[in-house]
Design a protein around this ligand. Structure first.
Ligand SMILES: [Zn+2]
Length: 291
């Protein structure tokens, strides 16, 4: 049986995970459909990891088209407990500069065109999402980032727009006035789904531009993103082996692993068998099958 302890999702510019030992690809199908791409399994920093390209090889899927549920459920099928989500973002604050790494701790989800929960079709769960990011992994990542040549900021709010267009100046200014730190198109939904799967969630957001609010900088373009991204991806790839190596093997320092303990509100006897089967991997430890 294939197994990975730690999952890594690569975003724009990050389509392959070099340096995996014993690397091999697995194609998984989940009850929520097919992930964006084959998952690459292997060892990194001595630990079993699974890597998935969020937008697929060659960047074929838009942020709205990515099947986030399938991507995360595939990680769950591999028994992943900790998920590192890597993404390119625009900065909404002067002090978060292009070329720097941010580990946000909050999300504002403005998306409207994607599936954001595993709990539907006869089962309802409300997980706590006050603190979406694993409190054990975020400081570890910040501490190690310097060793990979990255300036890393911890904290801040990632505003998740639907896209795929970049912001208008009015949107960018409005998001700044709201006090948000970063603008991106993918990560809030992954954070929500990771919580529902009781995974520790660690976001690594690499700043590529100042969106379009900055008076002395050109508005963001794909060319600008790609140019800055190359440096960032190289540095993040340098950070990952050490980050993975130093992640505690037990999850004693956070509550991520029990996110569903008090979250499922549906009377167990009323959960349709089909729905139960679909989610047994996730809810089986709390609710036993009636069959
Ligand atoms: Zn955790």
């Amino acid at each position: 049986m294939e197994y990975a302890e730690i999952g890594i999702i690569g975003g724009s510019g990050f389509y392959d995970m070099e340096g995996l030992e014993d690397a091999h690809a697995v194609r998984l199908r989940t009850p929520f459909g097919a992930p964006s791409e084959k998952l690459m399994l292997g060892k990194l920093g001595g630990r079993p990891v699974a890597f998935l390209s969020r937008h697929g090889h060659g960047h074929r899927l838009s942020p709205s088209e990515v099947n986030y549920r399938a991507n995360l459920f595939a990680m769950k099928m591999l028994k992943v407990e900790r998920l590192v989500s890597i993404t390119a973002v625009g900065s909404l604050q002067e002090d978060l500069k292009p070329g720097e790494l941010v580990i946000p701790d909050q999300y504002v989800d403005q998306t409207f065109k994607r599936e954001k929960t595993f709990f539907e079709e006869g089962i309802v769960a409300h997980v706590a999402f006050a603190d979406p990011v694993c409190p054990e992994l975020a400081p570890l990542a910040q501490r190690l980032a310097g060793g990979a040549g990255l300036v890393a900021h911890r904290g801040g709010t990632y505003c998740n727009m639907e896209g795929p267009q970049f912001s208008s100046r009015a949107e960018s200014q409005a998001n700044r006035r709201m006090g948000h730190s970063l603008i991106g198109m993918t990560q809030a939904v992954e954070a929500k789904l990771a919580r529902e799967l009781e995974m520790c969630f660690l976001p690594l957001a690499f700043v590529t531009d100042y969106d379009c609010w900055h008076h002395s900088e050109e508005p963001v373009t794909v060319e600008m993103v790609v140019t800055n991204l190359k440096k960032g991806v190289t540095a993040v790839k340098k950070l990952l082996p050490e980050l993975v190596r130093q992640m505690p093997s037990e999850r004693g320092g956070c509550a991520c692993a029990s996110a569903l303990a008090d979250a499922i509100i549906t009377a167990p006897a009323l959960i349709p068998e089909k729905t139960y089967k679909k989610l047994e991997l996730v809810i089986g430890k709390y609710i036993r099958s009636r069959i």
